[in-house]
Design a protein around this ligand. Sequence first.
Ligand code: LLP
Length: 420
Amino acid sequence: MTQSAFSRADGALQVEGVSAASLADQFGTPLYVYSRSALTDAYKAYADACSGRRATIHVAVKANSNLAVLNVFARLGAGFDIVSSGELARVLAAGGKAENTVFSGVGKTAAEMREALDAGVKCFNVESIPELHALNEVARAAGKQAPVSLRVNPDVDAKTHPYISTGLKSNKFGVAFADARATYAQAAAMSNLDVIGIDCHIGSQITEVSPYLDAVDKLLDLVEQIEADGTNIHHVDVGGGLGITYDDETPPAIGEFVRAVLAHIDERGHGHREVYFEPGRSLVGNAGVLLTRVEYLKPGEEKNFAIVDAGMNDLARPAMYQAFHRMEAVEKRATKAQLYDVVGPVCESGDWLGKDRELAIEQGDLIAIFSAGAYGFVMSSNYNTRPRAAEVMVDRERARRVREREEVKQLFAGESIFPD
Ligand code: LLP
């Protein structure tokens, strides 16, 4: 990730050389700002580590689905990982291709399956036996063969936050490891399914390589059994999940992680298989900041509050997962730094963005909330009838609004009053 994407000039924060304060003035706050070079560098770190190998990167659309962001990746030749037909529509609108898109998710509807089949997605990552039956039925009605991989739950501990750990027995995701071989046999017997791969996703914000290697080992054990049963496995999808530095985490560099996984697969004698990656956070997380303005400083008996114009509806991660996002004043002030709880305007005590943050700020100042490019805007809501923020992309001193700020009237445009 380029450190230079976010830098300081005369103490003031810049994004690719553009003053963050000028962006806030021009586009208003709260404002999501993405650095195109940071997106590109993160993608290239994956792509470079994959070069010379049959390995493909499928950008997890859920982490950031803005069309401009997806388009940056599509131009770089990325594939995509989607979890709804809405995300498929975004991929296609952003210049991505269905044939490079894998469809994940535990609850795909028949209508979504049909749309994805008609569009020609590359693979359905199926998570249960009932879903296999449903997909087989949809494909039969369409007169097609659906390409399928099974998401297997390898039951490894990803050592991450329980809400974003997905590969344990206790999670709702995937086919249980113990049932996987038999489930593959069932899938292989379904006339409108074409079993082509195996898949897993063990969690998110994983800052070590070892859980991946454990998961890969379990998948490859299974692949050997499934092939002995007569079904060929073309690709191994290792999912997404590489963590980023929010605070003091020290995840491996992207290239190091990719090379370690590929080397492990090669060492196990599976180097001939295509490998899929589905990264989200590590591509976009540190490429985005959320700019917010201080409305009020409110000293309290126990705490000082900085009440800002972004709330839990704009950035849900702190409220949902007690997530830490680094914060800095956009412009350096002579004012004395104090400890603040940085909170939003939403009527909930859970509406906080940062606790006990040392900031030198005054009313009207801007705060940059870092590492907000992943699961930031996409998880935002209209709670308290708050229009969602605008999004801007900066590319070498050029800034462009890539999503307009919502207007209040849009928020209830689809509503009506019950007639007398
Ligand atoms: N593939 C699948 C099937 C997934 O479920 C996910 C994320 C990814 C790929 C991408 O994982 P990543 O590389 O971004 O870790 N909202 C939470 C994160 C939820 C992740 C869900 N699955 C957060 O804000 O931390």
